[in-house]
Design a binder for this molecule. Structure first.
Ligand code: SF4
Length: 742
């Protein structure tokens, strides 16, 4: 490989910061240095500590460089052939004895689009199982479900990040941007520099909340009531946009009635946010011409997450903001490919292109691309938690890629037990994660800098990660793993190992779907710093378009029923997309940075108000468990910590979990700073040192969730599921506290 800088993207969060990777100057391409890549507009060269130190995982001494197979209860080195044969035997045995749905597949929001696509195809075509889902279900699924309901289309941000500093007010709900994606904080700083205002809604006074003009600190799990109280005041103060409501929405009257039942004084009692604070938030949000609401995991990771996000979307509809320039609603997706990971088929209910698995036309289209009978494709399977909960009972074998549920799943001790009860577990990973350590076979796979592939960031911008170095001997890519396993399971074709070849097939499979990538090619991605979907191109000539390096538009067409590109009756492509423009035949579609400017993705082009009402969290404090627990992240660790806990610099900055609590609560408990505190919920017990701060409500404690063992926060969390998104209630549960060692 050339000893020069390769432009690529960070392996971690959904910002997908641009960076240059340069192999070491000594000629060895094993040591990689990260340098600034100022040309990428999202982060303009800025990186957080995780991105800057990401190469440390490439050369980590605990990195796996050969397969492991369990013999007599112990994981031991094995050849690739032995390891792959063992996996094939395990899956075939399960399928023969218990049927295809006894084989489970679990993916991750960090997998590239190509891997997510291939994994969905592998599950449905090779194994014939419906039982596939991924850890993105635990990330943004409530926002996705709410966006689908309201707008008929889910793309995290329907506008680019660059619009944020140019709006008038941002309400940021349940996002600690300063710690989760620090380079993005500048968008909020620039907003305020430009005279805009920032309202942060978070039970904790986070580093992000400290930047706000107004910080509202509701009880965890009450954001739905808070949004309803704000909507009540917007109506009562005559701040609705009646013309917009009439012209661009439906369902207002029912929503209005629901909001009017939530009097500000009632909302104050539920949330702890005072009526004057509510009025000030309404004033700041409604006075500017442009305003946005951005949500993240706070409102989304609840058993009423879909309704909660829906309530925040209603605010943007009632005030005429959604689908208008520099305005609207957006979700700040968390994982590196959290957006693309939900678009291409590793989700239990979806096919590539964000198509619905239950849609006969979608099944026909994708089956044709895959060369199989549409009737052979299984239907929707269980959601992530339900799938994990069925391990060892209905699901007997599991193939897992890019996830570490022993740390990251809710009610984690129970899920760990379920994993231990499997007949067979195979894990692909780069290190021996806590989940991989339980496997029968562990396959060591290539990492981000050692392979090419695409991701889709939180803006819906499709990006190209480039291979910068040669992988170590002994590791193979996830695509190679699927190719080898498919062959052993009798499917010789259809699982190429070259990422670009997979992407070409993905283009055809996504063509005409809501998330249409058919006009995107690797060459375009390399030249254009990413392309926003939907980006329709030629369906039939996808390969030729790739050779030309462009996505060629096949034909102009009328607006389709769904407002997104679709195949018209004459076989040509109908191009108009919500916010996009039809183009003449032969032109290149530019991609769609801004959605919904002309119409929403619903059948009638109108956004739908969704009437919602307050309801309590699945678990409220009581005499036995009198305190609320909420969980989240710290800046130096990422998700389950499988990678970042292997980086010395990050471990020094964030060596372990802690329990954050208010001085009044600490005094009642008799806990001193640094003293071990046991946090006990109905699901288990976790112990970590106390960190005492006035930046949290006195009725609430906070724990970060990156660590296994005694301080594993997810031992405590509640798997109560949202009825629509099937999102577990990570963000709130009832606990009691005990000082340890007294
Ligand atoms: Fe950027 Fe996120 Fe990577 Fe940090 S972790 S460098 S914010 S992509």
């Amino acid at each position: 490989m050339p000893n020069s800088a390769t432009p690529t993207h960070c392996p971690y969060c959904a910002l997908q910061c641009g960076m240059n990777l340069t192999p070491g100057a000594d000629g060895s391409d094993g040591i990689v240095v990260v340098t600034e890549r100022a040309d990428f507009p999202v982060n303009r060269g800025a990186l957080c500590g995780k991105g800057r130190t990401a190469p440390a995982v490439l050369s980590s001494r605990v990195r796996l460089t050969g397969p492991l197979v369990r013999r007599a209860g112990v994981l031991e080195p094995a050849s690739w052939d032995e390891a792959l044969d063992r996996i094939a035997e395990g899956l075939i045995r399960t399928r023969t004895e218990h049927g295809p749905d006894a084989c489970g597949v679990f993916g991750g929001g960090g997998l590239t689009n190509e891997k997510a696509y291939a994994l969905g195809k592998f599950a449905r075509v090779v194994l014939g199982t419906s039982q596939i889902d991924y850890n993105g279900r635990f990330c943004m699924s409530s926002a996705a479900a709410a966006g689908m309901k309201a707008f008929g289309l889910d793309r995290g941000l329907p506008f680019p990040l660059e619009d944020i500093p140019r709006t008038g007010c941002v309400i940021l709900v349940g996002s600690n941007l300063a710690e989760t994606m620090p380079p993005a904080l500048r968008y909020l700083t620039e907003l305020r520099d430009n005279g805009g205002t920032l309202i942060v809604i978070d039970p904790r006074r986070t580093r992000t909340a400290e930047q706000a003009d107004l910080h509202l600190s509701p009880r965890p799990g009450t954001d739905l009531a808070l949004a309803l109280g704000l909507l009540h005041l917007i109506v009562a103060e005559g701040r609705t946009d009646e013309e917009y409501i009439r012209e661009r929405t439906s369902g207002w009257e029912e929503t209005r009635a629901a909001a009017m039942a939530h009097w500000p004084e009632y909302v104050e009692r539920i949330t702890g946010v005072s009526v004057p604070e509510l009025r000030e938030a309404v004033r700041l949000f409604c006075e500017p011409e442009h305003a946005m609401v951005l949500t993240a995991r706070g409102p989304e990771q609840q058993s009423k997450g879909t309704d909660t996000v829906g309530a925040w979307i209603n605010l943007t509809l009632a005030t005429g903001r959604a689908g208008r320039p520099l305005s609207g609603y957006g979700c700040l997706t968390g994982q590196g490919n959290g957006q693309g990971g939900r678009e291409h088929g590793q989700k239990a209910d979806q096919l590539p292109g964000y198509r619905k698995l239950v849609d006969p036309e979608a099944r026909r289209h994708v089956a044709e691309v895959w060369g199989v009978d549409p009737d052979s494709l299984p239907g929707p399977g269980r959601s992530a938690y339900e799938l994990l909960d069925a391990l060892g009972t209905d699901i007997r074998s599991l193939l897992l890629m890019g996830s570490n549920p022993v740390v990251s799943a809710p009610r984690a001790a129970h899920i760990e037990d379920r994993i231990r009860s499997l007949d067979f577990l195979a894990v692909c990973d780069v290190v021996l994660s806590e989940t991989a350590a339980l496997a029968d076979v562990v396959l060591p796979v290539t990492q981000w800098a050692e392979e090419s592939g695409t991701t889709t960031n939180l803006e819906g911008r499709v990006l190209l990660r480039r291979r910068a170095i040669t992988p170590p001997d002994g590791v193979r890519s996830d695509l190679e793993v699927m190719h080898e396993l498919a062959a052993r399971l009798g499917v010789e074709k259809g699982f190429p190992t070259d990422p670009e070849e997979v992407f070409e097939e993905l283009r055809r499979a996504s063509a005409g779907g809501p998330a249409d990538y058919s006009g995107i090619t690797y060459r375009r991605l390399a030249e254009e710093n990413g392309v926003f979907w939907p980006c329709p191109g030629s369906v039939e000539d996808a390969g030729a378009a790739s050779a030309a390096g462009v996505g060629v538009v096949a034909a102009a067409g009328a607006v389709t029923a769904t407002g997104v590109g679709a195949v018209a009756a004459d076989g040509t492509r109908a191009l108009p997309v919500p916010g996009g423009q039809g183009l003449p035949r032969g032109d290149v579609h530019p991609g769609t940075p801004r959605l919904f400017l002309d119409r929403f993705g619903t059948e009638d082009g109108r956004a739908r108000f969704v009437p919602v009402s307050h309801r309590a969290a699945a678990e409220e404090p009581d005499g036995e468990y009198p305190v609320l627990l909420t969980t989240g992240r710290v800046v130096a660790q990422y998700q389950s910590g499988a990678q970042t806990r292997r980086v010395d610099e990050l471990n020094a900055a964030a060596p372990g979990p802690f329990v954050e609590l208010h001085p009044r609560l600490a005094e009642r408990l008799g806990a001193a700073e640094g003293q071990p505190v046991a946090v006990v919920s109905r699901r288990g017990r976790a112990v970590a040192p106390a960190r005492i701060t006035t930046g949290i409500r006195p009725d609430t404690v906070f724990m970060p969730f990156h660590w296994p063992g005694e301080g594993r926060a997810n031992t405590l969390t509640n798997p109560a599921l949202d009825p629509t998104s099937r999102m577990p209630e990570f963000k709130t549960c009832a606990v009691r506290l005990e000082v340890v060692g007294e």
